[in-house]
Design a protein. Structure first.
Length: 194
């Protein structure tokens, strides 16, 4: 009897391990569009894009290669400084056979109008990041969030600000944090009833 119970328990544990591994492998594919930029520079937008790619990869998502995403975006005339409706982002995601598409925008980079000075008398710049994640099967948004990510910069007010890779990664983490906590694995993300 003891051997049967131990064997059954071992089989149950092994089965749970396999099913959790299968769930981890079922993460959807996602195409991260090149971040659009408005009151910012192209390199900062690229750094933000790569930060988002790293965030999704670190959570086990299969991220579409950026060369393919850029090609699909260029094929429909996607421009880095023009707002688009969700349908355009969904169309790009469908061209790539991705389950999801992340549509990031670096709206502004610099000193906010209501900025306060630090104890050293410096103004604190911020990166305003807007992210939408859309399900390509349903065509509907599953997540949207806008954050103002403050960062330290040793630049004068007259200088142009840029978003270094480490700061871009922190901004990407801030804008996706609630996605991974609330949306990842949901029916909305998967696009079908469970």
């Amino acid at each position: 009897m003891h051997a049967r119970v131990s064997g059954a328990l071992l089989a149950l544990i092994f089965g749970l391990h396999l099913s959790s591994a299968a769930v981890a492998q079922q993460r959807p594919t996602i195409a991260v569009l090149p971040a659009q930029y408005f009151a910012a520079d192209p390199q900062s937008a690229e750094n933000l894009t790569m930060g988002l790619v790293q965030q999704f990869e670190s959570q086990g998502y299969s991220v579409m290669p950026m060369d393919g995403v850029r090609s699909a975006a260029e094929a429909i005339g996607y421009e880095p400084n023009r707002h688009y409706p969700d349908e355009v982002a969904v169309r790009i995601g469908r061209r790539l056979n991705a389950d999801l598409v992340a549509y990031p925008r670096l709206l502004a980079l610099g000193i906010p109008m209501a900025a306060e000075t630090t104890s050293e008398g410096l103004l604190t710049p911020a990166a305003v990041v807007h992210l939408r994640v859309l399900n390509t099967r349903t065509g509907k948004p599953v997540y949207f969030r806008q954050v103002g990510h403050e960062f330290n910069a040793a630049q004068s007010i007259a200088s142009e600000f840029s978003l270094p890779p480490t700061v871009a990664m922190a901004a990407a983490q801030e804008v996706t944090q609630r996605y991974f906590a609330r949306v990842a694995g949901s029916r909305e993300e998967i696009g079908r009833a469970r």
